[in-house]
Design a protein around this ligand. Sequence first.
Ligand code: SF4
Ligand code: SF4
Length: 201
Amino acid sequence: MIVIDNILISEDVVDKRFVCDLNKCKGGCCEEGDAGAPVEEEEMQIIREVYDQVKHLLPPDAIREIDRTGLFAKDDEFGWVTNTIGSNKGICVFAFHDEAGIIKCAFEQVYREGKISWKKPISCHLYPITAKKGTNGDYERVNYEPREVLCKPGCNLGEELKVPVYQFLKEPLIRKYGEEFYNALDSIAKGDWEEIDFKEK
Ligand code: SF4
Ligand code: SF4
């Protein structure tokens, strides 16, 4: 376990290697899962504001689902999540397929076109790193949780390219925790650190 301030990071984040292999997984994490993507309160407000700018990319059944049941759904385990088509195990309503059949995120697409300044929910941006607040909200656990089958090609590509998980996810880690946190994690990964004991609460 690595501890930086009140953030407890699994050693897998620095020890394991990973690079998404979209050609092989086809962006399946936007479709396969127990629920839509977890969203924070302020992200829900952003999504409401930018919805009209991404709507043209969404398939008709996603728009019908949003009209019928809304942009979000409440999940027992994850709290507010992006809505999904048909059931809580379906594809995210903000996903579309490109010409190659790869699932893409409408927010990210419009962000890349320079039309909005928000890329996508931080939970999606960080995945396969997951972040969960402790029961009392006074600490946070950061884990590496790739899908066993779906992310396997990403694990293999990471091994092949020798890219540690935290380096592949540098941008979202800095987005969520800041540059100082990332630099501390980088020093720890490179062996330049003091280990701190943490007693589980
Ligand atoms: S919000 Fe975007 S990245 Fe996240 S699950 Fe939906 S389509 Fe995928
Ligand atoms: S996290 Fe896994 S399923 Fe999602 S894009 Fe990366 S390799 Fe594919």
